[in-house]
Design a protein around this ligand. Structure first.
Ligand code: COA
Length: 380
């Protein structure tokens, strides 16, 4: 750097940077609230199905009865994945992580989709609906193949929630469980410019296609600071194992200055708008299954984190135990998040493409000054 050059302000992690406008959702950290297309997320969670919210995110308005019936019929008819993808899935390593499996499956769907190269709004939207329909099938097939089990054939009569349980667990649970799951899908569907959504927008900005953007977004979501936190939360609760030692366990984390998974948020600093609703349904799940340990440990941790660190839980904190109580194995938690967030990602992909400018920030160089390439004999 020459002495005359002054380093500009660097927004590491893009903290506080408004990178674009959006009409899809709004986070209001000052009131701990979140709206999708103007509707409060807790209102949607209590009063709508996940299919209605998917339609809302894409179309901008809630569907009427006919629109919803058409949307459900259209997407349910697209659920099956190709024999070629089933064959590839059967060859996936049995001990691979299900997030890597779904990332690979979505990439493969991009190889086969007849409209992959068509990035018109209409084709991109059709591909988004196909991904919404097929992702649970691929998650279920990969999970079951890893256990040596055959895939379950999707039933077009099933709701989105019924379908996910059927494809993974080969059962349709009771209505309270389905409602809790649907609520989690609604709460996970969209959240402004988070890391994976911004990844999807960034990929889209080069005029790459839907499958490319979603494959990249899945890679981003896997990280434990983002979607991977819901799995990490459950591993943590199982490691603690007993509410009586939760506070002591937390103290050892504080002593080591270690992160406590499921707490903190880049935007919310005084509470995540989605947590009260998800917590309510995780508590319902604890009663349905009659297994109160995990929520009891959660309450101890949340209380102590607030008292000692003034840090609130994020959505992954109640979602982790909720999925566990619904009977899902821990490595499936983040893939389930994918099955929901495909709606928000694709809404953003469509929005980015509709008013695109290549995303290309600058970096401030702090490396060595320019120098000549030395001959081989002079290198140390
Ligand atoms: N456990 C312990 N300390 C935490 C914490 C956590 N989960 N989250 C934040 N903090 C601490 C930070 O270490 C920092 O302390 P310091 O000021 O002494 O350095 C302080 O709180 C402020 O946090 P900050 O680093 O500004 O937050 P961020 O915006 O960079 O990070 C997350 C946000 C989500 C990455 C971070 O909270 C985190 O890693 N959480 C755990 C993973 C998780 O649950 N992710 C899902 C997010 S929805």
């Amino acid at each position: 750097m020459s002495e005359t050059e002054k380093q500009p302000e660097i927004y590491k992690g893009l903290v506080g940077v408004y990178a674009d406008v959006s009409t899809i959702s709004k986070v209001m950290p000052e009131t701990n609230s979140l709206t999708y297309r103007g509707y409060a997320v807790q209102d949607l969670a209590e009063n709508c199905s996940f299919e209605e919210v998917a339609y809302l995110l894409w179309e901008g308005e809630l569907p009427n009865a006919q629109q919803l019936a058409d949307f459900k019929a259209e997407t349910a008819a697209e659920r099956e994945i190709s024999p070629a993808l089933h064959a590839v899935i059967r060859h996936f390593p049995k001990d691979g992580h299900p997030m890597d499996a779904i990332r690979t499956a979505v990439s493969f769907m991009g190889l086969e989709d007849p409209e992959t190269a068509d990035v018109s709004q209409a084709a991109q939207y059709r591909k988004a609906k196909r991904l919404f329909a097929k992702i649970p099938t691929a998650i279920g097939a990969a999970y079951r193949a890893s256990k040596g089990l055959p895939p379950v054939v999707p039933n077009p009569k099933h709701s989105f929630a019924e379908n996910v349980f059927n494809l993974i667990q080969d059962r349709v649970p009771e209505p309270e469980v389905l409602k809790s799951f649907d609520v989690s899908m609604i709460l996970y569907a969209e959240h402004t410019f988070n890391a994976s959504t911004y990844t999807a927008r960034l990929i889209t900005s080069s005029v790459a296609d839907m499958h490319a953007a979603v494959t990249g977004a899945i890679g981003s979501l896997k990280g434990p600071l983002h979607g991977g936190a819901n799995e990490a939360v459950m591993h943590m609760l199982k490691e603690i194992g007993d509410p009586k030692i939760a506070r002591e366990w937390l103290q050892t984390r504080f002593d080591h200055k270690a992160l406590v998974m499921g707490f903190g948020h880049r935007v919310y600093k005084s509470g995540d708008s989605r947590v009260p609703t998800m917590k309510k349904y995780a508590e319902i799940m604890a009663e349905v299954v009659q297994d109160r340990t995990w929520m009891a440990i959660s309450r101890e941790l949340a209380d102590e984190m607030l008292t000692k660190k003034n840090i609130h839980p994020n959505l992954d904190f109640p979602a982790g135990p909720a999925y566990y109580l619904m009977g899902f194995e821990i490595p499936l938690f983040t893939p389930i998040f994918v099955a929901s967030r495909i709606t928000g990602w694709s809404a953003h992909i469509l929005e980015q493409a509709a008013d695109n400018r290549l995303i290309r920030p600058l970096s401030w160089y702090t490396g060595l000054e320019q120098r000549p390439v030395p001959p081989m004999s002079a290198r140390g």
